[in-house]
Ligand binder design. Structure first.
Ligand SMILES: Cc1cc2nc3c(=O)[nH]c(=O)nc-3n(C[C@H](O)[C@H](O)[C@H](O)COP(=O)(O)OP(=O)(O)OC[C@H]3O[C@@H](n4cnc5c(N)ncnc54)[C@H](O)[C@@H]3O)c2cc1C
Length: 455
């Protein structure tokens, strides 16, 4: 007799909420799960795992729905959604916070800011804390405070047997190591995280725009500067298409605008900018600016649909050395012949504190990278999907001599040696941990870490 039943909120086909409940951020994927289970306690999650195991039903784990390949959903199985597990409890004495693993970034930053703190997470307002953290997590505070996992103290997880376990430096230390960069969906369902939190108040922001004519000198100057400059500054640069005709550098600095003016001088000297904006702002205004949430914009709530959801194919790589002029030319040529004017390449400065941990110190291996490259496509009509997908994959392949590796948080099913590119020397240890905690490979998806016996 079957003994497991689903608890928590259940949404099934035919339910009026079903279409919103099944939508992924990448609307290129139109998936139809047979059950979506919104869990509110770790016990709900354990029940869901027991239910799926008993019935041999395939399932996926979901928080912010931002997997590039929509691997937090599936056709015809169970989605275990933990986005309603989003309680936040700050301990001012220890400067730590217990964060519900279902938290989404903007509401989380807002709540922490009310208490005077933040964590060094990503920029997109609706990315989920779980996926972001488990893959490593970078954003606009990465150089002064490291990857998001560098502030992680421990986590609570429901494992393959439905047990609620903790992982930290003392307990299940191997699982804790693997959960810092091994990626979501591999070992169990995380239900809460314990983080160090960082006191914040005001920051200075940077926004410089150049005409595309300055492409080569600006990119060269940016890469010579952004990973090496004052550690309090984290910078990104957006390289837009020929039609858009611009380059934009953005940055967040945990000092004053006056100091920032001096620090950005090498970039300003590289080529005359069209516009320079450097200002002191409250930390939360900086978060909204980098997240593209301007005053008066629609409020975000995943249960009312994500206003930013759209079809896309993105991928990325890491630069461990500076791009030579030949590499910069490849970038420019691709952006000159882009099939969509909305496509772009974003470079994100790393190094700083993120580079101070050894590549084997956590499962996130790319510690020696100077910056990451994010290759972005976007389109309106499905018939444009193929040409843009080909463009982005050709771009990544063309730049492989200068930038390789893959970020587990940028799922890309076109990368043939995905596991090797994501984890390099950490892959054997990750397979060991996977085999120990999930020997039956219950938690699986196309780019997941295999168990040793599945190799
Ligand atoms: C628009 C956009 C902006 C982004 N910006 C950044 C950025 O600034 N910095 C950065 O580092 N990354 C960024 N990313 C990448 C992002 O970190 C990953 O897509 C991340 O995996 C998303 O997590 P999620 O919870 O939103 O997604 P989901 O699709 O819900 O989950 C992603 C993966 O994690 C698994 N998972 C989800 N919840 C859990 C859980 N509780 N326990 C175990 N496994 C779980 C899922 O099964 C899936 O495999 C961005 C992505 C997008 C689309």
């Amino acid at each position: 007799m079957r003994k497991c039943r689903l608890t928590g909120r259940i949404v099934t086909p035919g339910n009026p909420e079903y279409d919103l409940a099944r939508e992924e951020f990448n609307t290129r994927y139109d998936l139809f799960p047979s059950v979506i289970n919104f869990c509110t306690t770790a016990k709900d999650v354990a029940n869901a795992i027991c239910w799926a195991r008993e019935r041999k039903v395939k399932f996926r784990i979901r928080t912010g729905r931002h997997s590039y390949e929509a691997y937090s959903s599936l056709d015809g199985g169970l989605v275990i959604d933990i986005s309603e597990m989003n309680k936040i409890k700050v301990n001012h004495k220890t400067k730590t916070a217990r964060l519900g693993a279902g938290s989404l970034l903007l509401p989380l930053y807002e709540r922490l800011y009310e208490e005077g703190y933040t964590i060094p997470g990503g920029t997109c307002p609706s990315v989920g804390l779980s996926g972001l953290t488990l893959g490593g997590g970078w954003g606009m505070l990465t150089r002064p405070y490291g990857m998001l996992i560098d502030q992680l103290i421990g986590l609570e997880m429901v494992d393959a047997k439905g047990n609620i376990i903790t992982a930290n430096r003392e307990k299940n230390a191997d699982l804790f190591w693997a959960s810092r960069g091994g990626g979501g969906g591999n070992f169990g369902v995380v239900t809460s995280f314990l983080f160090h939190v960082i006191p914040v108040d005001r920051v200075a922001t940077l926004n410089i725009t150049w005409d595309r004519k300055g492409f080569e000198p600006v990119v060269m100057a940016w890469q010579n500067w952004a990973p090496f400059t004052d550690i309090r500054l984290t910078a990104i640069i957006d390289l837009l298409t020929k039609e858009k005709g611009e380059i934009r550098a953005l940055g967040e600095f945990t000092g004053t605008a006056l100091e920032l003016w001096r620090i950005v001088q090498p970039l300003i000297d590289a080529y005359p900018p069209k516009k320079i904006e450097i200002k002191n702002v409250s930390y939360i205004d900086a978060v909204k600016m980098f997240g593209g949430r301007m005053p008066g914009m629609e409020e975000y709530s995943v249960n009312h649909g994500d206003p930013d959801a759209h079809p896309f194919k993105n991928t990325g790589a890491f630069a461990k050395m500076l791009l030579p002029p030949k590499g910069i030319k490849i970038l420019k040529d691709f952006l000159s012949k882009s099939p969509s004017s909305e496509n772009k390449v974003q470079l994100q400065a790393l190094a700083g504190r993120a580079g101070e941990v050894s590549p084997t110190g956590t499962a996130y291996v790319h510690r020696k990278a100077l910056f990451s490259l994010l290759y972005i496509t976007k389109w309106e009509n499905e018939r444009e999907a193929n040409v843009n997908t080909k463009w982005v994959e050709r771009l990544r392949n063309s730049l492989l001599p200068y930038a390789d590796g893959a970020y587990v948080n940028f799922h890309d099913n076109c990368i043939k040696d995905w596991l090797e590119q994501c984890y390099f020397e950490n892959l054997p240890r990750l397979i060991e941990v996977k085999t120990k905690y999930d020997p039956e490979n219950l938690f699986n998806f196309p780019l997941g870490i295999p168990t040793a016996n599945k190799l």
